[in-house]
Write a protein that binds this ligand. Sequence first.
Ligand code: KG4
Ligand code: ZN
Length: 338
Amino acid sequence: MSPKKDTVILAIESSCDDTGAAIIKNGNILANCIANQDIHEKYGGVVPELASRSHQKNIVPVVQIALKEAGVSKEELSSIAFTQGPGLLGSLLVGAGFAKSFALGLNIPVITVNHLQAHIMAHFIDDPKPKFPFLCLLVSGGHTQIIAVHDSDEMGILGQSIDDAAGEAFDKTAKIMGIPYPGGPLIDKYAKEGDPNRFDFGRSKVPGLDFSFSGFKTKVLYFLRDEMKKNPSFIEQNRNDLCATIQEHIVSYLLHKLRLAVEETGITEVSLAGGVSANSSLRKQFEALGKQEGWNTYIPDFQYCTDNAAMIAIAAQFKFDKSDFAGQDAVPYARHTI
Ligand code: KG4
Ligand code: ZN
C-alpha cells in the first residue's frame, strides 16, 4: 500500500489591514507570516483603499516567505485557502484573486474560510483543545458575539452587540483621548499603571446576551469634554486611570454576559477568541472567573488572537478533511455571518 500523501495547505488572510500567509501540513502550522500596515495610524483608522493597495504590494512576498519558512515548494501544496469574509471587500478581493489564480495555475482546489469561524478554530492550533460543544466569546474590531460551537462547521450566535464591537469601544475611546490607532493594545499598556475604579461610566441595559457599547463611548466623550473645559490637561494627567477604568468597564461587561450564557446553556467549556482576547486584563479575569465557576477555559496563544493566517489554515484543514472545497466562482463577502 502506498503511504498516505501529506496534506499541505497555503492559507491567505486579507480581511482588513494585515496581509497574512500560513502553511499547515497535516494539521501542524509550519509558518505564519504577516505584513502589518502602519499607514493607517496616520489617519486614526483603516483606510480601505490604502489597505487594498498594500495587500497587492505585500501578498506575493508574504506568500514567498511563508513557503520558504515552512520549507515547502508550491508543487507540494494540496489546496489554497482564503478568507471569504467578513471584511473590507477590496482587501478580501486581493486575497481571493491571488488564491484562486495560484490554485488554478497549480491545478489544486480552493477552500473558502469564514474569518469569524477561523478566530474560533484558532483554539485547535495548540493543546489543550476545547471539546464540542463549547461557548466562545468572540471579541474583535468588528464583532462581539457569544457563540455556541457544536462542530467546526456548526455554530450558533447566542448574543451579539447591537452597535459597536468591543474592539471599537477600545479604539474609539482611545481616539477620544488622542491615543493612536489601534487604541486597544495601548489602553491595555497604560491601564497597567492605572486605577480601574477611579471613574464610573455606568452599564448599558441591553437585555439577555446582547451587548451595546455606543452609549458607553458617548458617556466617555461627554465626560472628557466637560472635564477638559475645567482642566485642559485632564486627559494627560489622568491617562492611566482613564485607560484602566475604560478597560475594566469593557472587560467586566463582557464577562458578565458570558457568565449569563453559561448559566443559560449549562455549557462549561468556555473560550475567548478575536483580537480583544489579546487584552491582558480580559485574559486574567476570564481565567479567574473560570476557576471560580468550575469552567474549563481556553484562550488561543497570543499570536493567534489578533488577525493571522494560521487561524485560516487550521479552519481550512478541517474543511479539507471533510472535502469541503469551493469552486473558482467563489467570491468574497464583506458581510458574512457565522
Ligand atoms: O481580530 P482583530 O485582530 O481584527 C478584526 O477582525 O477586527 O481585532 C482587532 C481589535 C482592535 O480593535 C484592537 O484594538 C483590539 O482588537 N485589540 C486589543 C488588544 N489587542 C488588540 N484590545 C484591547 N487590548 C489589547 N491588548
Ligand atoms: Zn479578526
